[in-house]
Structures are given as C-alpha cells and as structure tokens.
Write a protein that binds this ligand. Structure first.
Ligand SMILES: Cc1cc2nc3c(=O)[nH]c(=O)nc-3n(C[C@H](O)[C@H](O)[C@H](O)COP(=O)(O)O)c2cc1C
Ligand code: SF4
Length: 569
C-alpha cells in the first residue's frame, strides 16, 4: 500500500540578532519595551543607592521604596506560572490589582441603580435603609420603566382597608402536631454556622427574637451561637443529619430527639435541595473540621465531613412521609416540613401522591428558587440547574391544591425576597410566608463583594476569622436585622391595605399583573395555570400536567414512564 507523503514540520524561524535593526533585533527591542518599567525601576533603585552614599542620605528613602519592586520584577521574570508576569514584570501586576478591584470599581463607579447582579443597587439601598431605620421613602416618582418587559405591579382598590398594625402570623401544624407554631410572614432562611461566622449567627438569632420571626439553622447543625439569645429556631436536617447522626453518617433517632425536644426548636425542616446547587452534596475537608465544628455536627475530628447528595433515611416518596411522621413524633409533636428546589416535575407529583397514599403530610413545604444564594456552588449548578421560584412555587401549589391537600400543608417561598412587593408577589401565587437569606445578610452589613467562599469576607459575615468578625458587632447588627424585618413587613401591610385586603393570605394571582410585551399586560392567573381543588385526583387528563401526573409514583422518585418524546433509537 502506498504511504501518503508526510507533511514536513519545521520550527518557526527564530529571529536573529542584528537582522532588521541598526543595533538591535526587533525581538530584543520588544523585550526592552516589555521590561522597560522593571529596568527603569532597577536602574533608579541602583542610582539612588549610589547617591545615598555619595550625595544625600535622603536618596535611601527612594531606594527603600523601589527595592521591593525590583524584587517583584525578579520574581515575575523567574516564575513560570503566569505568562503575563514573565513578559511584563512589575507592570503586569497592575492587571491583577485592577482585576481584584474590578467588582468594587464596577459597583461604586460604573453600575447604575438597576443594573447590578444579583442584587441591584436600588434593592440593596432599600434594605440598608430599612435595616438602619433610615428614611426609605422615594422622592419624585419611580425610577423603574413601567413599560419594560418584566415590569410587575399589584392592583389596588378604590376602597382600601386600614393598614394592619399587628404583625401577620401563620399557624403551622395541623391535627397531627401537638405543638403547632405561629410563624411570621418573613423569616431568616437557612444558613449554617461555618458558612456564616459566629457573630453573624448570633446577630441573626437575636434579630429574629426581637422581630418575632424564626431563624433557620441551615444544614450545619444547631450551634451554641444559634441558642445563646433564645430566638425561635427551625432546625434543618440535610443529608448529613448533622447533630443527629451515627458515626457512619446515618440518622440517629436518639440524638435527634435529644435536640429536637429543646423548647427553642419550634419546627424541623428536612432539606432535600436548595436552589443555588440542587442535587449537590458537599465536603468539608478534614483540615477545616475544627473541634467546635466536630462537636456541633457530631462528626469525628480529622476526617473529611461528607454531605451526600441524597438522604439515606428514605429512598422513596412514601418512605419520606414515614420519616416526616417519625421526626414529628421524636420531636414531641412539632411541625415538620421539607425544603426543596423543584427539579423533575413528576417528582413533585410523586410527593403529592405519597402524601395521599400514606395519609401523612409534612406541615409545610419551602420552595427555594434557582435564583437562591449559597456560600459556594459550581457555576453550572448555580446558573443552569433547578426551577426558578415562580414556576417551582406554582407547580408545588398546583400539586397540593390538585390533590386536595393544600389545607393541611403550608407553603413558603425563598428566592430574592427583598421587599414588601416581592413577598406579596409570592403570596399571590400561593406562599403563606417568605424566607430571605441574602437580604438579611445585607442587613448584617454585607456589601456584595462576592468573596463568601474564600473565608475573607470583608464585613465579617461569611468568615470564621475572628479579626474580620470583629467588625460585626452582634447587638448593633441584631437591631438592624429586626429593623429590616419590621419595615419590610410594614411595607407588605401597606400594599395589602391598598388592595383592600386584610391579610396577605387573601392575595390571589389576579392581584399581580405582569408586562409581557411593550403593548400587552396580563394578570398572573392569565399567564400561569392555577388548578382547582382536587382536579388532579378527579380529572388529571384535563390538566396540563397529565403526563407528569401519570409518570409520578408514590413508591419511587424515578418516573413510571417517560415524559415527552423518547430519544431516537
Ligand atoms: C451563605 C449562604 C448559606 C446557605 N446555606 C444554606 C443551608 O445550609 N441550607 C439551605 O437549605 N439553604 C442554604 N442557603 C440558601 C438559603 O437558605 C436560601 O434558600 C436561598 O439563598 C434563597 O434565598 P435568598 O435569595 O433570599 O438568598 C444558603 C444561602 C447562603 C447565601
Ligand atoms: S460582603 Fe462579600 S464576602 Fe461578605 S457576605 Fe457579602 S458578598 Fe459574601
């Protein structure tokens, strides 16, 4: 067989000295240009050292200033990790300085009030003002473009109701609960000790106590800092069962009962997933497992602490309901709920079917939106996994209403709740209350520098470094947490009154309108489907969820049948 001729590869010709210049090659001139700052700094440093001996000692100051830069330059040209620094010694570091300063420059100098992400300046300013008990009124008129897509508003009444002065409450826990809980309509969402520093946890708990709302522990366990001030606690149990586990990481009924019966614990929440990183477990490396964290979580010192991506206490929706009943009994009859970000819709219907089949329902379900926050998450999971809050909440509402269970199960929502209006919009589509995480972080002083995962939080919120935490004074910030809560709930009360209603529970989807195009607006009930009570049991095929409903199985999280078209063979 004839062999095809192989192409001949040659190295690129190397420039030779003196070929295209009178005294110097172009590459040498390029090198001189790139190293000019380094060379200039070195020459001036040497000259100033010389002058300090021969002329005036003041030149020594110049040398002392420049000498560290000479060392930086030597380091830059000899290191092999960063090509930019090898090629542009000294001056190349400026890029890193600007890179590090970019978020601050953007935030303080470039961005307008509406354009920042994930929270714009206007949203943050309102939170800061309310937290500091400062004037939060708007002069002149709205800065929002009321003709832009996504603009939303609430409809008001020509016969407004009086503004409620008593804070709104929601009773959680039905006949199966010996100790129902009266919840505020705005609460502190789950954030663990470890993810937040001890001062932040203390300030949130003391703030929650003053505000009369609950403080969710997050999945990292119930720490002394959650308990020191005595604010109402919702104890979250993630797949690691921290504080309620055996040595092998499985659930320990005895350890759970010991803590869950503490009167400060008002409710228990089983965490299935969170919007910022659904379907993801976690590892706390052995090096970060301090004796304190080991004690709080009930884990061994010197070993990696693993949070698996799924629970070991149950493997089907029906078993999960049995687990809910077990926790309720072990806690002495406290409300037990679940928290999840909606993923496969058929799984939501599987949960509803399991509630019907077992006759056991959780006392509440918290729906977290994909827009939710976290201490740290892989980019793809944060950006492209999980259902945004509005769609997830409506789906969960429809599963409960469609199976006739809504009366027994309270519904809560979390995902960028910052204001009375964001609460009202969630409540109009079915939420009984809202939880907020990052808004309460702002009230603690968070400046959105987005370094939460580095342990170097400049405001002491998401760090365990005692020097940085010094900046976060517990009593001062607790007052801000309570103040933000009070003003936001009052803003909700004003909206409710303007709509002629008495309680946020009276809000309905038609009370919120949405601009779908520059020339078209619709009430939410004309955009989304809201099922009638019992419709999934009576006539599932007449709902838009027929395929997902038939695929759902109370005895398996996996669907019974494929939803939608199959892959081509
Ligand atoms: C720093 C941080 C830590 C969090 N830790 C937990 C956690 O341990 N468990 C959990 O269920 N959610 C956790 N979350 C998610 C929040 O509880 C909340 O569901 C989500 O951030 C949406 O609320 P937000 O948009 O008001 O921040 C965390 C969020 C943040 C910002
Ligand atoms: S200030 Fe920055 S690092 Fe600290 S909590 Fe806020 S976003 Fe995270």
């Amino acid at each position: 067989m004839p062999v095809a001729p192989q192409p001949e590869y040659k190295s690129a010709p190397q420039p030779e000295g003196g070929a295209d210049g009178l005294f110097m090659s172009s590459s040498a001139r390029g090198l001189l240009r790139r190293w000019s700052v380094f060379i200039a700094v070195t020459v001036i440093a040497l000259v100033s050292l010389l002058l300090s001996f021969t002329s005036h000692q003041a030149w020594l100051i110049v040398f002392c200033v420049l000498f560290p830069l000479v060392l930086v330059g030597i380091f830059d040209v000899t290191q092999s990790e960063h090509s930019l620094l090898r090629n542009y010694p000294v001056i190349g570091s400026v890029r890193w300085i600007f890179e590090a300063m970019r978020p601050y420059l953007r935030q303080y100098l470039m961005e307008d009030d509406q354009s920042e992400r994930p929270y714009n300046r206007e949203d943050r300013s309102i939170i800061y003002a309310r937290a500091k008990n400062e004037e939060d009124r708007q002069p002149f008129g709205t800065e929002l473009d009321t003709y832009a897509a996504e603009y939303e508003w609430m409809t008001h009444s020509l016969a407004p109701a009086p503004v409620a002065h008593e804070p709104f409450r929601v009773t959680v826990g039905g006949s199966a609960c010996a100790k129902p809980y009266s919840a505020s309509v705005l609460n502190v969402s789950a954030m663990s000790f470890g993810s937040l520093g001890r001062n932040a946890i203390e300030a949130l708990n003391l703030g929650a106590k003053t505000a009369g709302c609950y403080h969710d522990t997050g999945e990292g366990g119930l720490s002394p800092y959650h308990r020191i001030h005595g604010g109402d606690i919702v104890w979250e149990l993630g797949s690691g069962y921290f504080g309620a586990r055996n040595r092998d990481g499985t659930f320990s009924p005895e350890r759970f009962a010991e803590r869950a019966t503490d009167p400060q614990v008002k409710m228990v929440e089983i965490k299935l997933s969170q919007g910022a990183k659904p379907g993801h477990g976690g590892v706390l490396p052995a090096a970060k497992v301090t004796p304190e964290i080991a004690e709080i979580r009930g884990i061994p010192l010197g070993e990696d602490c693993i949070s698996p991506s799924r629970h070991s206490a149950f493997s089907t929706p029906a078993q999960m309901m049995e687990f809910v009943a077990q926790l309720r009994e072990l806690s002495g009859g406290k409300p037990v709920g679940i928290k999840l970000c909606v993923g496969h819709p058929s799984e939501v219907f599987a949960l509803a079917k399991a509630m019907v089949k077992t006759g056991i329902q959780p006392d509440f379900v918290v729906v977290d939106g994909a827009e939710g926050g976290t201490g740290a998450a892989p980019h793809e999971l944060a950006d492209h996994l999980g259902m945004p809050l509005r769609e997830g909440l409506i789906l969960m509402r429809n599963a409960l209403v469609g199976t006739g269970l809504r009366q027994n199960v309270r519904l809560a929502a979390s995902g960028k709740v910052t204001s009375g209006f964001s609460m009202a919009a969630n409540m109009a589509i079915g939420a009984d209350w809202c939880n907020a995480a990052r808004a309460f972080m702002f009230s603690l002083g968070c400046v959105m520098s987005m370094r939460c995962h580095t342990g170097t939080c400049p405001t002491g919120v998401t760090t365990n470094d005692p020097h940085l935490q010094r900046g976060l004074v517990v009593d001062e910030k607790a007052e801000r947490v309570a103040s933000f809560h009070r003003h936001t709930v009052h803003a909700l009360a004003e909206l409710i009154a303007a709509a002629g209603l008495e309680h946020p529970g009276d809000l309905l989807p038609h009370h919120v309108w949405h601009r779908v195009s520059p020339i078209e607006v619709k009430a939410l009930d004309r955009i989304y489907t809201f099922l009638e009570a019992g419709s999934l049991l009576d006539a599932p095929d007449e709902t838009p969820y027929a395929a997902e409903w038939h695929a759902a199985d109370a005895d398996s999280f996996a669907p019974r049948q494929t939803v939608g078209p199959r892959r081509a063979a």
